[in-house]
Design a protein around this ligand. Structure first.
Ligand code: NAP
Ligand code: GLV
Length: 327
């Protein structure tokens, strides 16, 4: 990070962004961190970033008009994330604050996690792990923990961007037929056939959601769409909460209208209530929003975010400005 002004004050919404300790911040840079164990809410973020030139945040941090209005010194909000639905872009633009994100660098890690969800859900692995840990591995029962094949199945990817395409490559490697549906046409890649959404849902055994959260994708998958996937189908989402109607998903699983599902993202995060029905559905695998959570990927994301900060504070165009919201 070579060109930020020496007196820059950079606030980080969390302690412990991997790679921060090895980031080459210019002499004189003041790093502002929350107290150990603190997760600042919207008010807390405003206080934390007061009088700072840059604010580095992640997915749970909500940034809107109140924060921009409170800090006229702020020049850039840098997400250590690719999704940017938690930042009010209109307010940022109105206050002349750049908003940057970390596209591409997390595609493989997140696609790996989507694939882990596919395997865990389709092969009924969570009940199998639970039973084994509980000492319930009894006499051989040919009906026990029967899943459905992944090889030879059809994988449908909704949102064929960086992560969707990486999921597609994994699907092809597993011997799956791959379909994709995206907002704008994608060049043929020899892996996925482009189809309409309903056709994709009808033809797929496994559906992976890889769209951003926008007004257009809110509630994209509800009861009707789940019924198109059908009783031998698996749905996984590493996209954003709100893209899937969780009540409709639970109903479809309970009534046997969907085989299985895996979610890394939820309408309300974190899932705190141990009695939450989402946590007790045997055919639903829940993970705590960890798509990009590897040492290498999170380190690369932190460094990318800091390059964006350095560019803005150095008076240059940042390499990873978020694109204007469409749809
Ligand atoms: P990306 O490269 O921008 O890909 C998103 C794709 O979705 C684009 O191809 C986009 O089409 C398409 N799309 C947008 N709206 C659509 C719609 N209404 N119907 C169909 N397709 C639509 O983004 P990415 O890096 O793959 O990330 C995708 C999302 O994954 C992020 O926005 C984030 O919410 C989520 N994510 C989650 C985790 C996690 O930890 N679980 C990690 C990383 C990302 P266009 O080409 O027309 O724009
Ligand atoms: C994670 O959810 C991201 O958008 O990077």
């Amino acid at each position: 990070m070579a060109s930020a002004t020496p007196s820059a004050r950079i606030a980080f919404s969390r302690r412990g962004f991997p790679g921060l300790e090895r980031a080459a911040l210019p002499d004189g840079t003041e790093v502002v961190l929350p107290a150990e164990g603190e997760s600042p809410d919207a008010e807390g973020l405003i206080a934390l970033s007061a009088d700072c030139d840059a604010l580095v945040i992640s997915t749970p941090d909500q940034v809107g008009e109140a924060l921009f209005a409170a800090n006229p010194r702020l020049e850039v909000v840098a997400l250590v994330a690719v999704g940017f639905d938690n930042v009010d872009l209109d307010a940022a633009r109105a206050h002349g604050v750049a908003v940057t994100h970390t596209p591409g660098v997390l595609a493989d890690a997140t696609a790996d996690l989507a694939f882990a969800l596919i395997l865990m859900a389709r092969r009924v692995l969570v009940p199998a792990v639970d039973a084994t840990r509980a000492g319930e591995w009894g006499a051989f029962d040919p009906r026990a923990f029967l899943g459905l094949d992944v090889a030879g199945a059809t994988l449908g990817i909704v949102g064929y961007g960086d992560i969707g395409a990486a999921v597609g490559r994994r699907g092809a490697g597993f011997g799956m037929t791959v379909l994709q549906h995206s907002r704008s046409p994608k060049p043929a890649d020899g892996i996925a056939e482009a189809v309409g959404l309903d056709e994709l849902l009808q033809r797929s055994d496994v559906v992976s959601l890889n769209v951003p959260r926008t007004p257009e994708t809110e509630g994209l998958i509800g009861a009707r769409e789940l019924d198109l996937i059908g009783p031998r189908g698996t749905l996984v989402s590493t996209a954003r909460g709100g893209v899937v109607d969780e009540d409709a998903l639970l109903a479809a699983l309970r009534e046997g209208r969907l085989h299985s599902a895996g979610l890394d993202v939820f309408a309300a995060e974190p899932l705190r209530d141990p009695a939450d029905p989402l946590l007790h559905e045997p055919r639903l695998v829940c993970l705590p929003h960890i798509g990009s959570a590897t040492v290498e990927t999170r380190t690369a994301m932190t460094h990318m975010a800091l390059r964006n900060v350095a560019a803005v504070l150095g008076g240059e165009a940042p390499p990873n400005l978020v694109p204007p919201l469409r749809g």
